[in-house]
Design a protein around this ligand. Structure first.
Ligand code: BGP
Length: 456
């Protein structure tokens, strides 16, 4: 037991999931196809050739999963809503059965004293909208606003926290590169998608504020602690570019109402219409004040100069120095402190939730000490941030159950609970450990390299 830690009394200890990654029931009760349903059919798109058709079958087993969370003392559950279940045609008619599913999930959470946090969009766009231009369509912000308002208005009497979009940077990549749905592979589209996502987000925030809705609205961004591989001028410049595109392209418009110069120059170099990245009314909307910021933090991003890349940087995924997960992500807990300090400097006192943090640990499936070590190291850093006065209000582990991890299919293991072929849930050591951490409000966190045994 380690004393002297301090987390606020009302600290939200949680877990995060996403609809496509756990629900399954891909064509049930009126749900339409999402871009991920379609993408998974593409030869070679998913490492193990799998898809989210069944996933963890959470659609039918949500009570069991919420019972599991309750047994782990989880206080808050961050889930995402599938647009394809709510408005199968993307725009227009509402599917009552879709709403009913989430109604049941949320009511069951509340009955177990678990507070829900809703992510409105976690990458599963209705395919029908993708065929009309997807996130890059001029109409996208309005489509999103219409859908988001249906969800907010329906649940606002019971749910206080709504995040508009999960990791817009990953969506940027899905349009600019040819990996992850819709894998359009056109840099210009990635940039247009970014501007549209941020504008769509702002439109909803504006509406919530205008109508004085009694909810907290924010967005979830992923931040990488980026540093140059060497002090060489080219590496430093490359890291600066990566910082601008990966991190600042999102938090600057949201918190400051502007894009960094590198991003504007890059957009101009692609011949993108000035309305997307140059200061104008759209940008004012992007920066409508949020009630909180969700930060997903996984890794440090060592960066070097790469003349082959149009943006001149190359992320390093393996290096001699440092500690990496089996899947090549550098474990660097101190980076969490660094990214939080940046946000707090720009928006002092901004309420921050660590909406995702976790590791893909494949060896020792049930005795996952590596995950316990990863999480405890990050929690120690987070505690320092809290002590320094950064307004961190909660921490959500990615994720509850081993699930469909996008292009890695079911090969990745981020869960605190394993799942077998019969879809039975088997808690790992980390699940027992996390429940003790929560029970002690963070008192029980291990020192580096420490050991924790399941009490008998
Ligand atoms: C979440 C995803 C997770 C995980 C994580 C890391 O939002 O739903 O499955 O992938 O982000 O994201 P990325 O792999 O884009 O860095």
């Amino acid at each position: 037991m380690r004393k002297g830690l301090f987390f606020p009394n009302d600290f939200k200890w949680g877990v995060s999931t996403a609809a496509y990654q756990i629900e399954g029931a891909w064509n049930e009760d009126g749900k339409s196809e999402s871009i991920w349903d379609v993408y998974c059919r593409k030869e070679g798109a998913i490492l193990d050739g799998s898809n989210g058709n069944v996933a963890c079958d959470h659609y039918h087993r949500f009570k069991e999963d919420i019972d599991l969370m309750a047994s782990m003392n989880i206080k808050s559950y961050r889930l995402s809503i599938s647009w394809c279940r709510i408005i199968p045609t993307g725009i227009g008619e509402i599917n009552k059965k879709g709403l009913k599913f989430y109604d049941d999930v949320i009511n069951y959470c509340l009955s177990k004293n678990i507070e829900p946090m809703i992510t409105l969009y976690h990458w599963d766009l209705p395919q029908i909208l993708e065929e009309m231009g997807g996130v890059c369509a001029d109409e996208f912000p309005q489509w999103f606003k219409e859908y988001a308002l249906v969800v907010i208005n329906y649940f606002k009497d019971r749910v206080k926290y709504f995040a508009t979009i999960n990791q817009p940077f990953s969506i940027y990549r899905a349009y600019s590169e040819d990996k992850r749905a819709p894998a359009r592979g056109i840099p210009k589209l990635g940039m247009i998608a970014t501007s549209n996502l941020l504008y769509a987000h702002g439109l909803i925030v504006k509406k919530v504020k205008e109508e004085k809705m009694d909810i907290d609205i924010g967005i979830v961004i992923n931040l990488v602690y980026i540093i140059p591989l060497t002090n060489n001028e080219k590496d430093v410049k490359a890291a600066r570019m990566r910082e601008a595109i990966t991190n600042e392209m999102f938090y600057m418009p949201i918190l400051k109402g502007c894009f960094p110069k590198e991003v504007v120059d890059y957009a101009d170099s692609l011949g993108i219409d000035k309305k997307y990245f140059h200061s104008n009314d759209r940008m004012k909307i992007m920066s409508c004040p949020v009630d909180f910021l969700g930060v997903n933090y996984y890794q440090r991003g060592l960066t070097t100069f790469d003349p082959e890349n149009k943006m001149l940087f190359l992320p390093i995924t393996k290096a001699d120095a440092g500690e990496f997960t089996e899947t090549g992500r550098e474990i660097y807990p101190d980076g969490l402190q660094y990214v939080l300090e940046i946000i707090d400097k720009i928006s002092p006192g901004m309420p921050i939730y660590i909406t995702e943090n976790g590791a893909d640990i494949r060896k020792n499936l049930l005795l996952d000490d590596e995950r316990i070590n990863y999480i405890s190291k990050h929690l120690l850093v987070l505690n320092t941030a809290c002590k320094k006065g950064i307004n961190v209000k909660g921490y959500y582990i990615w994720t509850l159950i081993d699930n469909f991890e996008w292009e890695n299919g079911y090969t990745s293991k981020y869960g605190m609970v394993a799942i077998n072929k019969n879809l039975e849930r088997i808690p790992k050591k980390s699940a027992f450990w996390y429940s003790e951490v929560i029970k002690s409000n963070g008192e029980l966190i291990l020192d580096k390299g420490g050991k924790w045994e399941i009490p008998v």
